[in-house]
Design a protein around this ligand. Structure first.
Ligand code: IPD
Ligand code: CA
Ligand code: CA
Ligand code: CA
Length: 272
């Protein structure tokens, strides 16, 4: 990839993300028009839709040959495909439930993938002013300062993050609970904060040591996995194999050694 080209993509995405952040700030702690998607806990607001429109239309105007995958543009049940073409993968608000309640743990997540590899990752919490950025081969940053994962290798020293997801089927609930029951006593602690992309960014900055989830989508992880890789951490499938970004499961950890200690305790199942 041509350096100047990557720089242009990165600076454009950064600028648009800041613009999207302003749109979110304006609606934080205000009443919202809430729509239900697949279930009573799968929600979207006008702000999610407006931020996605702003990002997608501006990116395609600048780079008409690029593709995109945006959470709010995907129809229910639509097959999501990632090709080799440069593809912007966008979650306009990750943590919509938090946004609706005014719990300030949510973010914009934008990843640029080319030939099925991440080249740019941006995760931005506009309320707490946390701007996580990464470009392939250039390290990971928080508000311009270089970040790295922790060096924790032991489960009993690890702060673990996970998510309950939006699925409420008995199978999915028991998977989540069984995993928690097994892992909670083995770790320093477990946190469930309601925004998968931010959880991944937290592992990148060393604020937490490991995150796993089944049931998330490509837009939840597309930016974060590059942050973790560039911060020196480990990214895989929760079974330990190569991450498939469309497989709806992810494991990120400070170190491969820690990840290998978590993997045997995670029980996988169909999520919905
Ligand atoms: C959701 C959040 C949540 C996670 C869900 C995601 P959204 O994203 O990241 O923490 O548990 O799996 O779908 O819908 O708020 O963008
Ligand atoms: Ca959603
Ligand atoms: Ca999300
Ligand atoms: Ca979202």
């Amino acid at each position: 990839m041509d350096e100047s080209q990557l720089k242009l993509y990165y600076e454009t995405a950064l600028d648009l993300t800041r613009g999207g952040g302003k749109m979110i700030q304006e609606h934080h702690n205000k009443s919202k028009n809430i729509l239900t998607k697949t279930s009573s806990v799968d929600l979207v607001t006008e702000t999610d839709q407006r931020v996605e429109k702003h990002l997608v239309s501006s990116l395609l105007e600048k780079f008409p040959e690029h593709k995109y995958i945006g959470e709010e543009s995907v129809a229910d049940g639509q097959l999501i495909e990632l090709t080799d073409n440069p593809t912007w993968i966008i979650d306009p608000i990750d943590g919509t439930m938090n946004f609706i309640h005014g719990y300030p743990n949510f973010c914009i997540s934008i990843g640029l993938w080319i030939k099925k590899k991440p080249y740019i990752g941006i995760v931005y919490n506009p309320i707490l002013e946390l701007m996580f950025t990464a470009q392939i081969g250039k390290g990971a940053f928080l508000n311009g300062n270089c970040i790295s994962t922790s060096s924790v290798t032991e489960l009993d020293k690890a702060l673990m993050l996970t998510e309950f997801g939006n699925t409420r089927t008995p199978e999915s609930m028991s998977m989540v609970m069984e995993n928690l029951q097994r892992l909670l006593p083995l770790t320093h602690g477990v946190r469930v904060c309601g925004a998968s992309a931010l959880n991944i960014a937290m592992v990148a900055m060393g604020g937490a040591d490991v995150f796993y989830q089944a049931g998330l989508y490509i837009w939840d992880l597309a930016a974060g996995v590059l942050l973790v890789q560039e911060a020196g951490g480990f990214v895989s499938d929760p079974a330990g194999g190569k991450l498939d970004p469309l497989n709806r499961q992810v494991l990120v950890a400070s170190t491969e050694e820690l990840a290998r200690k978590v993997i045997p305790h995670i029980k996988l199942c169909v999520v919905d």
